[in-house]
Design a protein around this ligand. Structure first.
Ligand SMILES: C[S@@+](CC[C@H](N)C(=O)[O-])C[C@H]1O[C@@H](n2cnc3c(N)ncnc32)[C@H](O)[C@@H]1O
Length: 419
């Protein structure tokens, strides 16, 4: 490993600063364009040894666990706390611009809808029991080391205030010192904690864990690998003003603010459509809202999510007809012939995107499409399929949901021009 002086010129797609060298680009985590650094370099990866001349645009990180000098290690939850806010917003927008450009899609990308500290209602923690305590936090980037957190600026303060309770739950359950994950969702009725990746518990282990957990207040549900351990009260979230209870470990958007921004954009795109198909519908984030105006067919691969959506629709008075279908849309996308019953389609797939579904949409007569994505690269691929099928991309909006990370959400509006 050699230590050299490097000048950082730009941010890469993963949020690392990039220095150009005779041997190609070197990626330096926690650096800022304009920094001059002493860097230990191994292959194309750099580690900051000293910041000899910091960029004047650097800002002070807000969290004690951030960066190479972070308390208990460099927390892998955030990589961009030190970045100038204007550069940060342009960086996230740029991820979308570059992805679309790489597929030849020429469309103006809107300004980033910003995220703010303290908004995250959902987090997936890494956890491990030691002799003395439960380590709970986020893995250091590229490592199994868990940065044990005492604060977190992206999470809702009400979740940070419950970190010790979450540790009690993890400690009560963990049968050994192996690492596991705790997905925590703050709901209107209390914390919904889904433990994943833990060895199977004996009946005795479950009973003693339940006795400990029941002493805590404000826990709505605890589940282990999708199986409910206790549910003192049903976890409830609101999609707009419609109440739903997502299944244990089921998908929910990480912040209410980003969810509402996406839902508003989706409603605007769908407009006055009479019949809408919501594909990859989850527990009904978009479908339930849209059913206040339009007839909706919601399609989703996860059976418990479909059941949650149906239950929420049954409980709510006054919705237009809402039908559901459990279907693997990768293997069995909705065919162009089935899509002719809809004026508008919403799709919001996982990171892999919706390639086979986009091929069927490209052959369809659907007038309007709202494409929602958490991965600009697969979105660009899917949009290029739709454009080749005659659609026009009319608007693209990036939305920040994972503050200070290199992730960005996107809502794209497409129309099939009238012949
Ligand atoms: C990004 S989430 C979006 C969910 C929902 N639209 C929302 O905003 O809450 C993607 C959804 O796709 C579902 N999914 C993943 N693979 C699928 C497949 N092959 N077929 C159908 N649904 C799938 C997941 O269960 C998840 O609910």
């Amino acid at each position: 490993m050699s230590a050299i002086t490097l000048d950082i010129t730009r941010l890469g797609a993963e949020g690392d600063g990039i220095a150009e060298t005779a041997n190609g680009p070197v990626y330096v985590p926690f650096s800022h364009p304009g920094d001059r650094l002493k860097v230990a370099v191994e292959k194309s990866q750099g580690t900051i040894m000293a910041i000899t001349e910091p960029s004047p645009d650097r800002i002070a990180p807000v969290c004690r666990h951030f960066g190479p000098d972070g308390e208990n290690g460099a927390c892998g939850g955030c990589s961009l706390q030190h970045v100038d806010p204007a550069l940060y917003a342009e960086f996230k927008r740029g991820l979308v611009v570059n992805a679309l450009r790489s597929k030849g899609i020429d469309v103006e990308v809107g300004a980033l809808i910003a995220a703010h500290p303290g908004e995250r209602r959902r987090a997936v923690f890494a956890a491990r029991k030691t002799e003395k305590e439960l380590l709970l936090g986020f893995n250091q980037a590229g490592s199994h080391h868990i940065v044990n957190i005492s604060e977190c600026a992206v999470l809702k303060p009400s979740i940070v205030a419950r970190l010790e309770d979450i540790r009690i739950v993890g400690r009560a359950l963990a049968p050994n010192a192996e690492a596991f994950r705790m997905a925590v969702l703050e709901t209107l009725t209390g914390l919904d904690i889904s433990v994943e990746g833990m060895p199977k518990l004996s009946d005795q282990q479950r009973q003693s864990a339940i006795a400990i957990i029941l002493k805590l207040r404000g826990i709505a549900r605890v589940s282990v690998d999708g199986e409910i351990l206790i549910e003192p009260t049903r976890p409830i979230v609101r999609f707009g003003d419609i109440e739903a209870s997502p299944p244990a470990g089921g998908f929910t958007q990480a912040t209410v603010e980003a969810e509402e921004a996406m839902a508003e954009l989706v409603s605007g795109i769908v407009g006055k459509a009479k019949a809408v198909a919501d594909l990859f519908a989850g527990s009904g984030t978009f479908a339930l809202r849209l059913a206040q105006q339009s007839k909706v067919h919601a399609v989703e691969g996860d059976a418990p999510s479909v059941a949650a959506l149906e239950q929420a629709a049954r409980k709510r008075q006054g919705l237009k007809p809402l039908t559901t279908e459990r279907r693997d849309l990768f293997r069995r996308p909705m065919m162009a012939s089935e899509l002719k019953h809809f004026d508008a389609v919403v799709f919001d797939p996982p990171r892999a995107g919706a390639e086979s579904q986009s091929k069927e949409l490209a052959r369809s007569t659907v007038r309007k499409i709202a494409a929602v994505s958490c991965n600009p690269l697969t979105l660009a691929r899917d949009l290029s399929i739709l454009v080749a099928g005659g659609y026009r991309v009319v608007a693209v909006t990036p939305i920040d949901q994972f503050l200070w990370s290199p992730h960005v959400e996107v809502v794209a509006a497409l129309e099939r021009p009238k012949k």
